[in-house]
Design a protein around this ligand. Structure first.
Ligand code: 5GP
Ligand code: MN
Length: 339
């Protein structure tokens, strides 16, 4: 699969041109992103949707999951629908920040014979689905690629679009702390702030307040930390019971893995989260999501790929089914022994 490397390359420009032409000739565009969306997913979805509206297109903005409370301040987010039937009459689909088609959830099946699929992403592990692809692993966030598309569409960056894109960049760079933060990141943010994004407002919405339930859940997450025998891997685990007891939802878990990652001498941090709705699973199996973070030495995207997942070299994940949490922990301890 061809990965387009940088926004300045000729290949990127050619692919961009194809995508702009395709968008311009589309009548009704379905824009979507992955389930359990993070800030980059929501910010990119909203910015792309608003820009296509501004370009005079009929647009459906869709996500399978409810919008996390944290991101509801974004103007335009109320236009996101969760109704799968909204796809009726769309001739083009733009799928953003999804390493593979299945990340978008149940609608992935609908996409298999869809007339035009455009895949926009910054994960090097992207499976390469779709008729048109703009995949730039050097982009700090999918929002960076969306910005470049909006620029090419000739749509002006409104305050709402700028705020959505800034939110995507801020969250995917871990507030400008991760290695994907570069000079381009700041140059882009400079333009977004000039266009109306307000860094202190966005930071206040994203990081200003925690519910008491979230703090209690954090307490449980910290309490669950175990370290591998060789001291290189830290493991956190959160169950459905813990979410129920604290009255929290999966989005409240976002960011907690960073505590496990910060422990001294740790190379890899792991967070196992039990998912809901295991009814469809065979036997007594339950569904889990495993998040992996690396401090730079180990490529966790490669690890996640062996389990059918993906991500970035320093942040990746996969879904897995098992009868008990301990079954998964045993696999993680085996992984730790290889470090
Ligand atoms: P998280 O651990 O926060 O869920 O995800 C970290 C990174 O791994 C994100 O960039 C996300 O897109 C990717 N990722 C997480 N789970 C999966 C998965 O099941 N499949 C793929 N392809 N990527 C995943
Ligand atoms: Mn992203």
């Amino acid at each position: 699969m061809e990965i387009v490397s940088t926004a300045s390359s000729n290949r990127f420009k050619e692919k961009m041109k194809e995508i702009i032409e395709t968008l311009n000739s589309s009548r009704r565009i379905f824009v979507t992103t992955h389930v359990n969306p993070d800030g980059d997913a929501i910010g990119s979805l909203v910015a792309m949707g608003l820009a296509l509206f501004a370009a005079g297109k009929k647009v459906v903005m869709y996500n399978e999951s409810t919008i996390p409370t944290l991101y509801r301040f974004l103007s335009g987010v109320d236009r996101v629908t969760h109704d799968p039937e909204a796809i009726d009459g769309c001739d083009t689909a733009v799928i953003i920040d999804c390493g593979d088609l299945h990340r978008m959830g149940r609608m992935a099946v609908e996409m298999e014979d869809f007339p035009i699929l455009i895949n926009i992403d910054h994960h090097a592990t992207n499976s390469g689905f779709g008729h048109y692809r703009l995949i730039d692993p050097k982009a700090c966030a999918s929002a960076e690629i969306v910005y470049r598309i909006i620029e090419e569409l000739g749509v002006s960056i409104t305050t709402s679009i700028a705020t959505a894109l800034y939110t995507g960049i801020l969250t995917d760079t871990g507030s400008f702390r991760f290695a994907n933060t570069s000079r381009e990141t700041f140059a882009l943010c400079e333009m977004l702030v000039a266009a109306g994004a307000n860094p202190s407002d966005v930071a206040r919405h994203l990081y200003g307040q925690y519910s008491i339930g979230r703090l209690k859940l954090l307490n449980m997450a910290l309490d669950s930390i175990e370290i591998s025998r060789n001291g290189k891997l830290s493991l956190m685990a959160l169950t459905q019971e813990m979410l129920a007891e604290t009255g929290t939802v999966p989005e409240d878990i976002d960011g907690m893995i960073n505590y496990a990652r910060r422990i001294e001498n740790i190379d890899v941090a792991v967070l196992i989260r039990e998912n809901r709705n295991g009814n469809h699973l065979a036997g007594n199996h339950r569904p889990f999501h495993v998040s992996l973070r690396s401090n730079g030495i180990v490529d966790v995207a490669a690890v996640a790929t062996t389990y059918g997942g993906g991500g970035h070299p320093t942040a990746a994940g996969f879904q897995v089914e098992a009868a008990t949490l301990n079954d998964i922990k045993d696999r993680i301890w085996a992984l730790a022994d290889t470090l």
